[in-house]
Design a protein around this ligand. Structure first.
Ligand SMILES: [Zn+2]
Length: 82
């Protein structure tokens, strides 16, 4: 009968695939938000802050209050990306 210490086998068994970890999804969400904030800061600099990136329409104050870093007007935020 084979038994004993040889059974430990591959160490890979302990490694979990990252895509099953909830932490990764959270980090991806945070990274996307940071990206939005960086863009918002750039637009504050060049004076285009508060305008939709697609149609250049002013974004609603309510929307900006809820999502200060938003890049799209209400209509385009709901529309799928091109
Ligand atoms: Zn728009």
């Amino acid at each position: 009968m084979a038994g004993g210490p040889g059974r430990a086998g591959s160490g890979a068994a302990e490694a979990r695939p990252d895509d099953t970890s909830p932490g990764v999804a959270i980090l991806e969400g945070v990274a996307a938000e940071l990206d939005d904030v960086e863009r918002a800061l750039q637009r504050l600099d060049d004076g285009s802050y508060g305008r939709c990136e697609r149609c250049r329409a002013p974004i609603d104050d309510d929307r900006l209050a809820a999502h200060p870093a938003t890049r799209l007007c209400g209509a385009h935020a709901l529309a799928p990306p091109p």
